[in-house]
Ligand binder design. Structure first.
Ligand SMILES: [Zn+2]
Length: 139
């Protein structure tokens, strides 16, 4: 049996900054992220699917919409955080410096297991930060 994966991507716009970055990424800025979700299961369902693409949309993609889309994402240890929260309480805090690497790893290891059906595993997440640059986390 070949390895079969179901994949769907979703686009969000999100602000961030990378604390202690050597260059311009230390500044508040944002990206139009494209996030690719790759799912596997031990067996196909009775129709021959890993997961319905609509379920990827209603779980993983919707999680992005609800939590990160059109928000500013800052590390909980970002020294700017306290001041910026006074200006914009909708800022999202995350337990990591929000690089594309850490974003991919968080989606793979924390979000995927929370929102997917128990028979489905998120095995790879690719985060395109720009059209040229992406990072992936793989189990
Ligand atoms: Zn950036």
């Amino acid at each position: 049996m070949p390895v079969i994966r179901a994949t769907r991507y979703h686009d969000i716009s999100c602000g961030h900054r990378v604390v202690d970055h050597e260059g311009t990424c230390q500044h508040l800025h944002g990206h139009n992220y494209r996030v690719h979700f790759h799912c596997e299961a031990d067996a196909l369902d009775h129709l021959g699917r890993i997961i319905d693409f609509g379920v990827i949309k209603s779980t993983l993609c919707q999680w992005l919409e609800d939590n990160w889309d059109h928000r500013m994402m800052l590390w909980k240890s970002d020294p700017y955080l306290t001041s910026l929260l006074l200006i914009d309480p909708s800022i999202v805090t995350v337990p990591f410096n929000p690089t594309a690497e850490n974003i991919a790893a968080h989606l793979l290891t924390v979000v995927g297991p929370q929102v997917l059906p128990p028979t489905v595993r998120l095995v790879r997440v690719v985060v395109d930060e720009t059209r040229k640059c992406s990072c992936e986390a793989v189990i």
